[in-house]
Ligand binder design. Structure first.
Ligand code: 3HC
Length: 285
């Protein structure tokens, strides 16, 4: 299959990597040269890690060879699937869809990796809405087993079923989502967890480490809640919370605004709720 991924941030590059590992040819687009380079570096690092552990069927260089980086939003007539993975901003995504629609062939499936925005609402940017669906990956895409496949009001049954097959084809477990609501299934739960955790520390009764220690060692989360916010990105989570709050959903964490204004964007900036300059934070039991 020929796939194009739009946006080479953490999610876009990870999605491109997953498709390439599974034998697909991938075009990875980003408007910015630095972002594209960073995305390719992330993929190289990750492929080397997986190779060291014997988890790849091919050499990392062979897999890298399946990924073509570009800064030109080219003619995508022969592309089977385009996945948009730009920041969580309705207007930005809508603009990408409008441009994409002019470049793709009539049979190209257009998917969005939106974390939260209803597919039906996003599809208002498109003229041909029946080939549009959500394919929502989790960070880091190469290690996380699930992908939500979301049907908007206009997504055809055929495209929805094809989405499920595509996810199986990249060896992930599809979660079919027919109720097209803010946050779908996983993030609808997760945003409430984030909001509760933020309220516990904003009230001053608990520290970030206490909440994370509980999440990790009592609730059995693989990471602390604030650790996860850092890991997925303070900016990413802030942009999501702004978009969903506009639509009346309660994902509220004023601490995100504070960190963002100080440039503490999480793991990628080596500072967020935690200091990551010496690696992953130690969360005590
Ligand atoms: N590629 C390859 N290897 C990777 C990697 C990647 N992208 N990321 C981490 N690794 C490697 C690490 O380097 C480490 O290798 P080592 O054994 O050689 O040191 C190994 O994986 C294990 O990593 P860690 O020791 O750091 O820690 P964990 O055992 O905790 O595993 C994790 C890491 C899989 C990320 C795990 O902590 C986890 O599942 N965390 C929760 C992630 C999660 O919930 N994601 C969803 C977030 S919500 C979301 O994405 C939605 C969006 O819409 C916002």
């Amino acid at each position: 299959m020929k796939v194009a991924v739009i946006g080479s941030g953490i999610m876009g590059s990870g999605i491109a990597e997953v498709f390439a590992i599974n034998g697909n040819s991938v075009i990875l687009y980003d408007k910015y040269e630095e972002a594209l380079k960073k995305g390719l570096d992330n993929i190289k690092w990750s492929l080397e890690k997986l190779h060291e552990k014997g988890k790849l069927n091919e050499e990392p260089s062979t897999i890298m060879g399946k990924i073509t980086p570009t800064r030109q939003l080219g003619e995508f007539y022969d592309i089977d699937l385009v996945i948009e993975a730009v920041p969580e901003d309705f207007n930005l995504k809508a603009q990408v869809f409008r441009e994409l629609e002019k470049k793709v062939g009539t049979n190209t499936i257009i998917a969005t990796n939106t974390s939260s925005l209803p597919i039906t609402e996003l599809s208002t940017a498109l003229e041909k809405k029946d080939r549009f669906l959500g394919l929502h990956f989790f960070n880091p895409p190469v290690l996380m087993g699930l992908v939500e496949v979301i049907k908007g009001n206009y997504t055809s049954d055929q495209v929805f079923e094809r989405g499920i097959e595509i996810v199986k084809g990249i060896k992930k477990e599809p979660i079919p989502v027919r109720k097209d609501v803010i946050g779908f299934v996983v993030n609808r739960i997760l945003f409430r967890v984030f909001t509760s955790a933020c309220r516990l520390v904003s009230g001053g009764k608990y520290t970030i480490r206490e909440v994370d220690s509980t999440a990790k060692y009592t609730l059995g989360f693989p990471m602390g809640i604030f650790e996860l916010l850092d890991y997925t990105g303070i900016d990413t989570n802030l942009f999501i919370s702004r978009e969903v709050k506009k639509r009346g959903f309660d994902f509220d964490c004023p601490l995100l605004e504070e960190l963002y204004s100080r440039g503490q964007l999480g793991t990628k900036a080596k500072r967020g709720f935690y200091d990551w300059s010496n690696g992953r934070p130690r969360i005590e039991k």
